[in-house]
Design a protein around this ligand. Structure first.
Ligand code: FAD
Ligand code: UDP
Length: 369
């Protein structure tokens, strides 16, 4: 078929753009260098029949009704509220920090008002909130910062809280009640048959051709589309002309326990201490609700080199990003969308929202993302 759009990357950004454009009558070629669709949200059954998230735990949550309704065309949902515990000296504490966390940690019996008073006493108000350290000190003070945030952040990002933009730690709220949900969005659901199945339904369209194991950078001389939507790392698109943008990489250590049906009391245990090299352990059956024998987990640790997973939100990277964005804005037949292409710490729902908006803009004649 004659292609109107080449889309690079079959994650949320690429798949939503492909589906929307195909529905609008456009012929789409969607390529990915990986052997599967779904991007980092890809899930699959492991050798033991347990549904796992290959690239780390993905929990869908959103306040955006439009995003939720759009995805609902391709999946039914399983209600799921995500819970996380921090492991400190072998003991479990609810994270985000709440009343229970304070009572367990300091051997107190605070009610809700007393928990608020406690935090008011220990917090270190900051005049300007610029970094993640400012955020944490401002809300919970130094002791809780050291115990729950500084070490975890150092392991996750390879840098101190004070070196990261405020938005990173601001993802985690502080509570004075007993609510131990990680997310409190309006919609907290997992795709009932998994993310990959949802992607397959999105891409099952006569106007979409999917080509896997196909690297755009290697093949671009042979591809001459009228319009390209690129969802990979923006610096790679421009052959790192101004230097590499730093992305944080992860290592995933997947394990299976045949002898246990459940290993953890909630899906994720965070390990903020320096004595453990990894950041968190996820047990997938909590996320998926799958009932089967045995249980599968993944241990995550991070690295500065390797497959890019996280853009690194800090002021120092904005200048270099702007140089690439300036180049991107000169190309009127190429649109950049998604977590790697926009270099933004987006959740899945934010990527869906951006992608829906970008296709609307393209279809109305403005092509730069
Ligand atoms: P990606 O999913 O990264 O897709 C980009 C695709 O482009 C990839 O498949 C890649 O192979 C392909 N590609 C790149 N370069 C090329 C090339 N040169 N040629 C061909 N293909 C190329 N979000 C949430 O909402 N909730 C969560 O719980 C959550 N947990 C997360 C946990 C981890 C460990 C990580 C890393 C992310 C998590 N996210 C979560 C964020 C979520 O993964 C992203 O928001 C979303 O997947 C981004 O979609 P995307 O399409 O922009 O990028
Ligand atoms: N964070 C932390 N301790 C925790 C949880 C989070 O220090 O127990 C900080 C850390 O810097 C982390 C950031 O808050 O990278 C955002 O956490 P989130 O769980 O949203 O990270 P993600 O799931 O995106 O990796």
């Amino acid at each position: 078929m004659t292609i109107n759009f080449l889309i690079v990357g079959a994650g949320f950004a690429g798949a939503v753009c492909a589906e929307r454009l195909a529905e609008a009558g456009q012929k789409v070629l969607l390529i990915d260098r990986r052997p599967h669709v779904g991007g980092n949200a890809y899930d699959e059954y492991d050798a033991h029949g347990v549904l796992i998230h290959t690239y780390g735990p993905h929990v869908f949550h959103t306040n955006n009704k439009r995003v939720f309704e759009y995805l609902s065309r391709f999946t039914t949902w399983r209600f799921y509220e995500h819970r996380v515990r921090a492991v400190l000296n072998g003991k479990l504490f609810p994270i985000p920090i709440n009343r229970t966390t304070l009572n367990l940690l300091y051997d107190l019996n605070l009610g809700e008002q007393a928990a608020a008073d406690f935090l008011e006493k220990v917090r270190e108000p900051q005049e300007h909130i610029r970094t993640s350290e400012d955020v944490v000190l401002n809300s919970v003070g130094r002791d809780l910062c050291e115990k729950f945030f500084r070490g975890y952040t150092l392991k996750q990002w390879g840098m101190d809280l004070s070196e990261l933009s405020s938005g990173v730690a601001a993802r985690i709220p502080t509570r004075t009640n007993d609510d131990d949900r990680y997310f409190t969005d309006t919609y907290n659901f997992m795709p009932a048959d998994g993310f990959t199945r949802m992607f397959e339904r999105m891409l099952d369209h006569p106007n979409i051709e999917v080509r896997l194991n196909c690297d755009y950078i290697e093949r671009r001389e042979q591809l001459h589309p009228a319009h390209t939507i690129y969802t990979g790392p923006i610096d790679a698109f421009f052959d790192y002309r101004f230097g590499k943008l730093p992305y944080r990489s992860l290592l995933f250590d997947h394990e299976h326990r045949q002898d246990l049906d459940r290993l953890q009391e909630v899906a994720v245990y965070n390990y903020p201490g320096q004595e453990t090299p990894y950041t968190r352990i996820t047990e997938f059956k909590h996320l998926t609700g799958q009932a089967c024998c045995g249980t599968s987990t993944v241990k995550e640790s991070s690295a500065s080199e390797g497959e890019p997973y996280y853009p690194i939100p800090r002021q120092e990277n904005e200048g270099l990003l702007q140089q690439y964005k300036d180049l991107a804005s000169e190309l009127n037949n190429t649109t950049f969308v998604g977590r790697l292409a926009q270099y933004r710490y987006y959740n899945m729902d934010q990527v869906v929202e951006q992608s829906l908006a970008i296709v609307e803009r393209i279809m109305h004649g403005k092509s730069n993302g």
